[in-house]
Design a protein around this ligand. Structure first.
Ligand code: FCB
Length: 483
């Protein structure tokens, strides 16, 4: 650590520091060893969908470099690694036979992690739906939820008790709304009714998936990860702004937390979207299937939004961070706008606001006191430069991470039960519709040579973890001295 490194907050014993990635964003080897096609293969190969025509065909070539990448994690001192499993690698047709080579890759990854003393946290769905399932209707089709449960059970059989936390879904908000309504993610549809049906079938997949995992592994720790939105009204005294925020929070957060944790969709969500759908895709018994106990709730956090009522006459501001599109990511909602807020922004154009993370963790923990939380993603894209000596002096990213770690520590001090922090991302990777243009890694990837370099933010993060472990040890020593 250099003299200019940001400070390191203190965290409770047992707090788990790691980093996160996702299969399509890093693996590459898209057509190797029996992997089937996913909706992201199709989407990224469709001209005009991804910036620069980038695809995940090669990505970081992690599929071939996995042992070296785990060695890098070990060098950083990571305690945990949150990765996702590519469904089409494990079950190429989306249903039916398991591909032994695909399973073998994840099995070797998990062994490599355990050998390095790193806790494996697996996500089963980080958006790479097998293309044959999309051809059969995708998430708007009910059957996809049952196929997911089948795959979850197959994976539980294959990986067994080596996985510390089983996360069913990553950000179903993006999968449903960006994929089926805004069209800026795969499969690129712009149908608001489809998006709401997708919401429900993703929820059902979560519930059925957890049950399938626990049928194989009764004591498996279950989880799901959401990008819960922190949305504030532009004028808290204007009832129209307050109502816009209520409706956005319903679509953004309650459409998932409601059924998954409380066993019901909010009645006002159903009423507000009644012109789009009658919700008849929710069948008797579904809500009981969806609401399964979870051991940890994953929260991905990057920024906040400021929303206000829009009267339809002035040019509409839509600074919601999800790309330029005329199609909406918010089914049924046409009378609002998301304002640009002055301040510091990342290369994604996202406002840097660590206080939003404290607020979110504190609120969610107060609301669901029995559910431990984990930050499963947080990090920042910046336009990195490589210095003459080959190092990557990304002080901006280190400062972002430091400020958000402080925000997590503040939430814990305020009573939130937060068990860990998984930084997004371990290394630069395919940032969906932005292709390789946005770098989130604490390890740089040179896309010409695929060479990896630990950035300054990576060295900072390593020092955070080392300090955390040293402090924990010190506390153990003090306790044993006192005893
Ligand atoms: C999240 C995704 C993750 C990554 C970050 C920047 O929404 O889960 O894959 O793209 O944003």
């Amino acid at each position: 650590m250099t003299a200019t490194s940001p400070p390191i907050p203190t965290f409770p014993d047992g707090f788990l520091f790691g980093a996160a990635t996702a299969s399509y964003q890093i693996e590459g080897a898209a057509r190797e060893d029996g992997r089937g096609a996913s909706i992201w293969d199709t989407y990224s190969h469709t001209p005009g969908k991804v910036l620069g025509g980038d695809t995940g065909d090669v990505a970081d070539d992690h599929y071939h470099r996995m042992p070296d990448d785990v060695a890098l994690m070990k060098r950083l001192g990571l305690q945990s690694y949150r990765f996702s499993v590519a469904w089409p690698r494990v079950v190429p047709a989306g249903s039916g036979a398991v591909n032994p080579a695909g399973v073998d890759f994840y099995s070797r990854l998990v062994d490599e992690l355990l050998g390095a003393g790193i806790t494996p946290i697996a996500t089963l769905y980080h958006w790479d739906l097998p293309q044959p399932l999309q051809d059969a209707g995708g998430w708007p089709a009910r059957d996809t939820a049952y196929r997911f449960a089948e795959y979850a059970g197959q994976l539980a059989e294959a990986l067994g008790d080596r996985i510390a936390i089983w996360t069913t879904l990553n950000e179903p908000w993006c999968a449903a709304y960006l994929g089926y309504s805004a069209g800026v993610h795969a499969p690129g549809h712009t149908d608001q009714a489809q998006a709401l049906a997708a919401v429900h079938h993703l929820n059902l997949a979560h519930g059925l998936g957890l049950q399938a995992i626990r049928a194989v592994l009764p004591s498996a720790k279950g989880s799901v990860t959401h990008n819960l939105h922190v949305i504030r009204p532009a004028d808290p005294d204007d009832p129209r702004d307050v109502d816009v925020v209520r409706r956005m929070r319903n679509l953004g957060n309650e459409a998932f937390l409601g059924p998954q944790l409380l066993g019901a969709y909010p009645a006002d969500l159903i009423a507000d979207t009644s012109s789009i759908t009658d919700w008849s895709f929710v069948r008797d018994g579904d809500l009981a299937q969806i609401r399964q106990p979870i051991d940890v709730l994953g929260i991905n956090y990057y920024t906040t939004s400021l929303a206000r009522y829009w009267d339809g006459t002035t040019p509409r501001a839509m600074d919601d961070g999800h790309g330029d599109t005329d199609a909406t990511a918010w089914p049924g909602e046409q009378d609002f706008e998301v304002l640009h807020v002055d301040g510091e922004h990342t290369a994604m154009g996202w406002l840097v606001e660590p206080a939003g993370l404290t607020e979110l963790l504190t609120e969610v923990s107060a609301r669901f006191p029995d559910v431990p939380l984990m930050v499963t993603e947080n990090g920042a894209a910046y336009d990195d430069r490589v210095a003459a000596d080959g190092s990557v002096p990304d002080g901006d990213r280190a400062a972002y991470v430091a400020a958000h770690l402080q925000a997590v520590a503040d939430a814990i001090a305020a009573g939130a039960d937060v068990r860990g922090y998984q930084l997004w991302s371990l290394m630069d990777n395919f940032e969906w519709a932005y292709g390789y243009s946005k770098r989130f890694g604490i390890i740089r990837v040179d896309y010409d040579t695929l060479e990896r370099t630990i950035k300054d933010s990576g060295h900072y993060y390593a020092s955070v973890i080392a300090a955390h472990l040293a402090r924990s040890e010190q506390r153990v020593d003090q306790r044993s001295e006192q005893a």
